[in-house]
Design a binder for this molecule. Structure first.
Ligand code: AMO
Length: 442
């Protein structure tokens, strides 16, 4: 009896088949139980689900039974058989195996432990990330990340945004000089983009009303923390013809509520089983607090963060807790940052204050957003105020010389989003592969 992989069905689909239906599945041998010389129970897992396959000597013969009994876990097999529904409807159907084929045998000794309660150290898991991702919890994070992007695209297209892809090799640094990677570019020097900031603004100057981009961003930050990577995926939005920064915040909170609602609908039961809590969809509008007030509030609670500046990460954490107690809300927009701690391209609400915000989720910054300065003369003054030269930024400044709609937008690290959503300890679990100051492999 030969197996035709083209007839393979996903296990999730197979679990809903009729009793007695003949089906073909394929996947990893996740666990097995050998009962004497007559019976082997094997759990086969694919991308969608797992199923118990019953290998019995009377159906497949002695030789085949010995093969499956001796097969190392994680080997890849194709299994054909009939579906046996359980009389108890709460129990999953099983498969009575009629034929199987080992597509690729695993080595018997795995370099890491898979499964709950047997976790290997993070660093070792990252060395063997392809195996680590065979664990359902790890793979679920990636599948949800993919849905997060998909649901976001749905929302953005419905709201009239267009997707762009801007270059990641640049002639100038986009955010600030300090954290940028330099690359040899033939006989010259170039930089890796820290953000698509300049190009998403260019798109507005080019006449695209509203745009978004989901793409890598690079930061040469030496800091080795649980929430910084040197390469991360940045989700960027830029909206033309806005009235003020409030419009950007209102857009962002509507997007987050829709996306969380859809993620809950699709993933809640898996999240409950694998992570131990339910996804909660926040109410609108999210709380907003001015930076000045945020600092006062945090200091009143016993921390001592400097006034007039930015909030350090412990301050953000405390603010998240205080807002959660007061407003019963996991999100907070911190607004009215001093211009002194913001980039030159932010619009000013008044001479000392930028029209910008950070969005915190459970006390972790997931977004920076702002209205941008689109007046060429003012922009040049703001550059001078920051002690920066015009010449290296001349291409950027040109965007504002021939008419540019008022605009604003935000940037969000997709891994930070997943980390907050799933309450992960480490951002490294929320990216396919880690790039940090100590790691450029695998
Ligand atoms: P900012 O530098 O705050 O703003 O970055 C925006 C968001 O990107 C994520 N992020 C990171 N994630 C992982 N590792 C890092 N090293 C890292 N650095 C940043 C965070 C952060 O909130 N151009 C502006 C955005 C804008 O104004 O539109 C910018 O890049 O989630």
């Amino acid at each position: 009896m030969s197996i035709h992989l083209s007839e393979r069905k996903q296990i999730q689909t197979v679990l809903a088949s009729e009793n007695g239906e003949r089906v073909l599945i394929a996947g990893f041998l996740k666990r097995k139980r050998v009962l004497g010389k007559k019976l082997v129970f094997g759990i086969i897992q694919d991308n969608s689900e797992e199923i118990q396959a019953v290998f019995s000597v009377s159906d497949i013969g002695q030789e085949n039974l010995e093969t499956i009994a001796g097969l190392p876990l994680q080997s890849v097999c194709a299994v054909e058989g009939t579906i046996q529904k359980n009389a108890d409807r709460t129990k999953k159907p099983e498969m009575l195996v009629l034929a199987f084929e080992v597509l690729s045998a695993s080595e018997p000794q795995l370099p890491i432990d898979l499964g709950p309660g047997t976790e290997s150290a993070m660093d070792l898991r990252l060395n063997w990330r392809f195996l680590d991702l065979r664990d359902e919890r790890q793979r679920t994070i990636m599948l949800m990340l993919s849905d997060f992007e998909r649901f976001s695209r749905d929302f953005f297209y419905r709201e009239g945004l267009r997707e762009i892809h801007s270059p990641k090799i640049m002639g100038t640094a986009s955010e600030s000089g300090a954290e940028v990677f330099t690359v040899n570019y033939f006989d010259a020097r170039a930089f890796l983009a820290q953000s698509p900031q300049f190009y998403k603004q260019m798109a507005i100057a080019s006449g695209f009303d509203r745009v978004f981009e989901i793409a890598p961003a690079y930061r040469a930050e030496k800091s080795y923390t649980n929430r910084h990577l040197t390469e991360f995926v940045s989700l960027d939005v830029e909206l033309g013809y806005i009235e003020d920064v409030e419009e950007v915040m209102a857009f962002e909170e509507r997007w987050i509520v829709e996306v969380l609602g859809r993620l809950k609908e699709r993933w809640d039961s898996n999240v409950e089983r694998l992570f131990g809590f339910e996804i909660s969809v926040p109410t609108l509008p999210f709380p907003r607090i001015r930076m000045e007030e945020a600092i006062e509030k945090v200091n009143r609670s016993g921390l001592n963060v400097s006034a007039g500046g930015d909030l350090p990460s412990e301050g953000e954490k405390r603010l998240g807790q205080l807002i959660a107690e007061e407003h019963h809300h996991p999100f907070v927009f911190v607004t009215h940052f001093p211009f002194s701690v913001r980039p030159f391209y932010h619009h000013k609400a008044d001479p000392r204050t930028s029209s910008s915000y950070d969005l915190l989720w459970n006390g972790v910054e997931i977004t920076t957003g702002a209205q941008r300065e689109h007046n060429y003369e003012i922009l040049k003054r703001q550059l001078a105020e920051k002690g920066m030269k015009e010449e290296p930024l001349s291409d950027y400044l040109n965007f504002f010389r021939f008419g540019c709609p008022p605009h604003g937008g935000f940037g969000l690290g997709t891994a930070r989003f997943m980390m907050s959503l799933l309450r992960l300890e480490n951002i490294r679990e929320a990216v396919l592969l880690t790039r940090d100051p100590k790691r450029v492999t695998p």
